[in-house]
Design a binder for this molecule. Structure first.
Ligand code: NI
Length: 180
């Protein structure tokens, strides 16, 4: 039997689940049908809402797991990261626009480290270690923050750039930005 994939309800800012520190998953749990279905559902939900990333707390699941990227995209390939450990490399930072499916229709400029190293388990509970830079590093830092109850607003150094999506499109959008 192959249970149908579901589109999950996304928690919005103000829901306490977005502010909690999520718990690590045990290797055995990762391989369980429940977690495998959660991963499939999260990918489906992220795709449905055109997000570039989605963390488990955003769908009311208190575990250290996120999905990110798009199938076939060389810049931001689709990944499933479990119990990730993100380490900043060097001190270079850059500022760029971010959004969040849990903070609908809002965009703001967020400073992030440009280079990171990531160590995480995949959906088969195998360990991977890799480097990421630029936009991919930004997406992974944004999603990893969700596992610690941190939202992109917390990372902004000024709210001057904070904008609604409609005004973003009218005044600020020169590049396509998708909600994380
Ligand atoms: Ni987000």
């Amino acid at each position: 039997m192959c249970p149908a994939v579901s589109i999950l309800k996304v928690a919005r800012m103000g829901h306490p689940v977005l502010r909690a520190r999520a718990r690590p998953l045990e290797r055995g749990e990762i391989l369980s049908p429940g977690v495998q279905k959660l991963i499939d559902d999260m990918i489906e939900t992220m795709t449905e809402y055109q997000g570039i990333g989605l963390a488990a707390p955003q769908v009311h699941e208190d575990v250290r797991l996120f999905v990110a990227g798009t199938k076939g995209d060389a810049d931001v390939p689709q990944v499933v990261l479990i119990n990730p450990e993100v380490t900043v490399v060097g001190s270079a930072t850059g500022e760029d626009w971010e959004g969040c499916l849990s903070i609908p229709d809002v965009r703001g400029r967020v400073p992030r480290a440009l280079e990171i190293r990531v160590r995480a388990l995949d959906r088969r509970a195998k360990t991977h270690e890799f480097g990421a830079h630029g936009y991919l590093a930004r997406v992974l830092q944004h999603e990893n923050d969700h596992l610690d109850g941190i939202l992109f607003l917390d990372r902004m150094t000024s709210f001057e750039s904070l904008t609604f999506l409609e005004e973003f499109g009218r005044y600020w959008s020169r590049e396509e930005v998708v909600p994380e």
